[in-house]
Write a protein that binds this ligand. Structure first.
Ligand SMILES: *[C@@H]1O[C@H](CO)[C@@H](O)[C@H](O)[C@H]1NC(C)=O
Length: 317
């Protein structure tokens, strides 16, 4: 605790000293300009909602559990989000299990409408435009897509059919990544990936669609998945503990030789087909171990890191 007298002396000394250039310090005049220009018309622009946010290759795991689904991940720059969906009487509800569902927490309210709103802001109607835009959610990288994993919890075919229908507002505006004629992928602001009980037979044989499949990363070499490449599955995922193994230490190298070998083999099979890898069920604790595993996964070239603690993962980059 500094005494008031000492404080006054300190202030007086500072004021009487000859002005010297100081890095990171501002004059009262500049301070006043900064304060008064804030949010004024000349200093705002239509697509500034996500200004200053840098997208990071992170999947906001169990995103619908967060205090503010979708928006929290967006504010951290996470390029991937997730909703578990349950079909009841024609409506898709979002929640981890049945007891968590409410009439308000629908896929439409928590994800479709918020995503639509952000994209409408990033793609304003303006007399300055010489061509229509298809900007993504991040103002700093408008070409970056947002991966949206939709985890089907109730009967697969029926529920995924409802998902395809629920995407209509995003589809209508041209915001979805599309497969055209089974050949080319046209990346849009949002890439939908069905997971959980999403049936592969509703995706693999469809040549023109705007939804994709979360393939089993560790099983891509099996013959039944031989036809899967980025056009079916832009990201493939697996359980880290099952596919790579339990991590026992928190010193480098954090993976044993054979674990690293499995990891590299899986990532490389995926990469040959243009698929990004994602591992869930990576260690959360001890923090040092979690970070070493994240670092290893990034070094080995995963497509997305799976993270529960978004504050931690943003400071990690
Ligand atoms: C679905 O509809 C049935 C029949 O109207 C009703 O009994 C049931 O409570 C509804 N389910 C929900 C979750 O509202």
């Amino acid at each position: 605790m500094i005494s008031p007298l000492l404080f006054l002396i300190a202030v007086a000394t500072t004021l009487s000293a000859a002005p010297e250039p100081v890095i990171g310090s501002i004059t009262s005049g500049l301070h006043s300009i900064l304060k008064n220009t804030h949010a004024s018309k000349e200093y705002g622009y239509p697509t500034d909602l996500t200004r200053d946010l840098l997208p990071i290759p992170v999947h906001s795991h169990n995103d619908y559990w967060r205090d503010r689904p979708f928006y929290t991940g967006l504010s951290k720059g996470c390029t991937s989000t997730e909703a578990d969906v349950w079909l009841y009487n024609g409506t898709l509800y979002v929640g981890h299990d049945e007891s968590a569902l409410t009439y308000e927490r629908t896929l439409e309210n928590l994800y479709i409408n918020p995503i639509l709103d952000v994209l409408d802001r990033q793609n304003p109607d303006s007399p300055f435009l010489t061509a229509p835009t298809k900007n993504g959610v991040w103002d700093t990288d408008t070409a970056q897509t947002l991966y949206f994993f939709i985890d089907v919890k109730t009967s697969g075919h029926e529920t995924f059919k409802a998902v395809i229908k629920a995407l209509e507002p995003l589809r209508e505006k041209g915001y979805l990544t599309k497969l055209k004629g089974g050949k080319t992928v046209e990346t849009g602001p949002v890439t939908i990936i069905g997971t959980g009980d999403t049936p592969l037979d509703m995706i693999l044989p469809v040549m023109d669609r705007d939804y994709f499949f979360d393939a089993p990363l560790a099983d891509l070499s099996e013959s039944k998945y031989s036809r899967i490449d980025y056009r079916v599955s832009p990201i493939a995922s697996t359980d880290f503990v099952k596919a790579v193994g339990k991590v026992a230490i928190d010193t480098e190298p954090v993976l044993r030789e054979e674990q690293l070998k499995s990891l590299r083999a899986q990532i490389s099979v995926a990469r040959e087909r243009g698929i990004g890898a994602r591992y869930w069920n990576t260690p959360n604790w001890p923090v040092r171990q979690r970070n070493l595993v994240w670092r290893t996964l990034l070094q080995e070239g995963v497509g997305l890191l799976n993270a529960d603690d978004l504050d931690a993962v943003t400071t990690f980059f």
